[in-house]
Design a protein around this ligand. Structure first.
Ligand code: AMP
Ligand code: GLY
Length: 431
């Protein structure tokens, strides 16, 4: 099989790493890829938003399967473009990807199909937002409707903080057309968890449960980021909660999308808060998680190419579940100081050799320029490891992390520690 992966992050490096192990895959391409992906795939310099060019390339090479990483091409309709040309592609159509592309659409959808989520108000102006804020209490959550590269959500503690954000959105128009309307949402307390399935629109097979750490700094403090680390098992998510999420969130979402005439295939990612009243959806993503995928690919025992091809053909067939290694996997993201706000680009990145082959370093924003490896994004690498237990996987990751060196390298020192503590004390469920 000839396979193309669209994207350029550590998530896509992990997908390529896994696809490369498939006996079905004879040629692997990535667009545009990165320096790490170049060691397992041929990188083609086409941007992720250039969907017509990507389809031209896939058509010319008679690609048997295309797997899409990021949300942008999905919301732009890459799947529709490929399907129009009879090319097999893994991911939701443009209309289905609106579950991630528009927070207003997804909130209305959840209300219509009784999918548990936070109360929210759709607001088209500063005045409407202020009126909605009077009906909820602080902290409150403000979300721009469209895609905002993970920066469109803030938790505000006071009317003053809310005013600053509303000014930025409606007057400075910092998010452009992504923010012609916003949601004012009730704040939910609890533990956050990512529940991610592969689906053909009817059947949904969960990927390994994973806990993602979204805050920039230790102790879950600082601004939200794309994710600073992850581990699987999630520890926070037990089997009965997983079953509850499947029946109260995932299956009603698939049935609802079918009823809306937007049948959903590919990866469905529910970002959830486990509250005292049960799981509540914070958001949907229409794609694999980053860094969740890095640990999930380390644990996946099945052939990813086969699973994705079945989905692309619209039928998971007789597959009953995905299989995972009994081991644990962990990941720590090394970012450049300043991320998720302003950060320097072009810093030289050096890699000391790592002897342990259960440790894998997936490149995120690393490219080759003038014979040197340099960073081009805030999240630079994902250092990942697999081991018999979560504590061993974390120990391996933290031993390897200093071997990736660049100026301003920064990573959280506490990934997984709370999960290990909670497991000891029985505070969280154990999967
Ligand atoms: P979203 O893009 O909607 O998932 O929001 C980004 C992050 O903001 C989530 O991962 C949560 O950490 C946080 N968040 C979003 N909505 C809420 C909420 N209603 N209550 C508490 N935290 C939230
Ligand atoms: N790690 C969060 C995300 O992929 O959206």
């Amino acid at each position: 099989m000839r396979v193309l992966v669209v994207g350029q992050g550590a998530r896509e490096h992990a997908l390529c790493w896994k696809l490369k192990q498939s006996p079905l895959v004879h040629e692997l391409y990535a667009a545009p890829g990165n320096a790490g992906i170049a060691s397992v795939a041929d990188c083609v310099q086409i941007g992720v938003a250039d969907i017509v060019e990507l389809a031209d390339f896939a058509e010319k090479l008679k690609m048997d399967l295309t797997v899409v990483g990021p949300e942008l091409p999905l919301t732009l309709g890459i799947v529709d473009e490929f399907q129009k040309r009879g090319l097999a592609i893994f991911g939701p159509t443009r209309l289905a990807a609106e579950l991630e592309g528009s927070k207003v659409f997804s909130k209305d959808f959840m209300r219509k199909y009784d999918i548990p989520t936070a109360a929210a108000w759709t607001c088209n102006s500063v005045d409407e937002a202020k009126a909605a804020l009077k009906q909820t209490k602080y902290p409150a959550v403000l979300k721009v409707d469209g895609l905002a590269a993970g920066k469109g959500v803030v938790i505000v503690e006071s009317a003053r903080e809310a005013d600053e954000y509303l000014h930025m959105v409606f007057e400075e128009k910092k998010f452009g057309t992504a923010a012609t309307r916003i949601l004012v949402e009730e704040f939910l307390a609890g533990e956050e968890v990512s529940f991610i399935v592969v689906t053909d629109g009817k059947k949904a097979l969960p990927l390994a449960p994973v806990k993602d750490y979204k805050k920039a700094f230790d102790g879950d403090t600082g601004p939200n980021t794309g994710g600073m680390g992850a581990h699987s098992p999630a520890v926070v998510l037990g089997a009965s909660t997983a079953a509850d999420i499947m029946s109260s969130v995932i299956l009603p979402t698939l049935q609802g999308m079918e009823a809306e005439g937007r049948p959903y295939t590919g990866v469905l990612y529910a970002g959830l808060m486990l509250t005292a009243n049960g799981p509540r959806v914070l958001e949907y993503n229409c794609r694999f998680g980053d860094p969740e995928t890095q640990v999930q690919m380390l644990r996946l025992d099945d052939d990813l190419a086969e699973v994705c091809l079945r989905v692309a053909r619209g039928n998971l067939g007789d597959l009953k579940a995905l299989n995972f290694r009994k081991e644990a996997a962990a990941c720590v993201v090394i970012a450049v100081d300043g991320y998720p706000d302003d950060f320097p680009k072009g810093q030289e990145v050096e890699f000391d050799p790592i002897a342990d082959d259960s440790v894998v370093v997936f490149h995120a924003g690393v490219v080759k320029r003038g014979g040197k490896l340099v960073n081009q994004a805030g999240r630079v690498v994902s250092v990942c490891a697999r081991a018999a237990s979560l504590s061993e996987a974390l120990a391996k990751v933290y031993e390897a992390a200093p071997k990736v060196r660049f100026e301003g390298a920064r990573y959280r020192r506490d990934i997984g520690y709370r999960a290990l503590e909670a497991r000891k004390s029985g505070a969280w469920a154990v999967d």
